[in-house]
Design a protein around this ligand. Structure first.
Ligand code: ADP
Length: 202
């Protein structure tokens, strides 16, 4: 597991999925969104879905001992570059990742003020099949796979506020971990998706 890697961190609705997916596509990187993977498991009612449902239903993070082996298994199958969206989210996850990789990946951190996050989450749509976040004006059908574009079940206000407080409690220390190792790049995540992407690409 020595291949090149990037991790994306940021609060809910900061644009991790939109930016991470595009950066991965344009650079031929394998892409994993842990949130999308969990939502698919919930929809398909798999063992993982059954285990994760109580956490996702109330906006809590899924325990490290579930997330870490799942992501390391996926990484073990990657021979080339990769990008993780939504992992790590805790210092323990970041440490486990470094240990498995034997290096610290570059972290891109999207920064967006809380009010803007609340505004975004109130109107965001996601494809139920491929989990791509919809762009403004795309209607009800995913232009990539024809799936239905719908609000995410976890984007209701109480759930979102819980995810925001989990972010402060667990992800902020993870960002500090990457900053201390000089492996973090903080990116202003406000503006149009194209404007943010220009900053992400650097
Ligand atoms: P958001 O960033 O808007 O919360 P995600 O799709 O990235 O959306 O994640 C949705 C949910 O999936 C999280 O709130 C959490 O419950 C769970 N999840 C995703 N990644 C992780 C992780 N690395 N550790 C723990 N829980 C996770």
């Amino acid at each position: 597991m020595k291949s090149r890697g990037l991790v994306f961190l940021g609060p809910p609705a900061s644009g991790k999925g939109t930016q991470g997916r595009r950066l991965a596509e344009e650079n031929g990187l394998a892409y994993l969104s842990t949130g999308a993977l969990l939502r698919r498991a919930l929809r398909d009612d798999t063992e993982l879905g059954k285990l994760a449902r109580p956490f996702l239903d109330c906006g809590e993070y899924v325990p490290d001992d579930v997330m870490i082996p799942m992501v390391l298994e996926w990484l073990g199958k990657q021979d080339n570059g990769w990008l993780l969206d939504g992992f790590p989210r805790t210092v323990l996850q970041a440490e486990a990742l470094d240990e498995a990789l034997e290096f610290t990946p570059q972290a891109i951190v999207l920064h967006v003020p809380d009010d803007e996050l609340r505004r975004r989450v109130a109107c965001r749509l996601e494809c139920e099949d491929c989990h791509r976040v919809a762009r403004e004006g795309e209607g009800k059908q995913c232009p990539k796979c024809d799936g239905r574009l719908a609000p995410r079940a976890d984007d209701v206000s109480a759930n979102f506020e819980n995810r925001l407080s989990e972010y402060r409690r667990l992800v902020i220390p993870t960002i500090t971990y990457y900053c201390d190792l000089l492996c973090a790049r903080i990116v202003n995540g406000t503006g149009s998706p194209d404007e943010v992407y220009a900053r992400v690409r650097g």
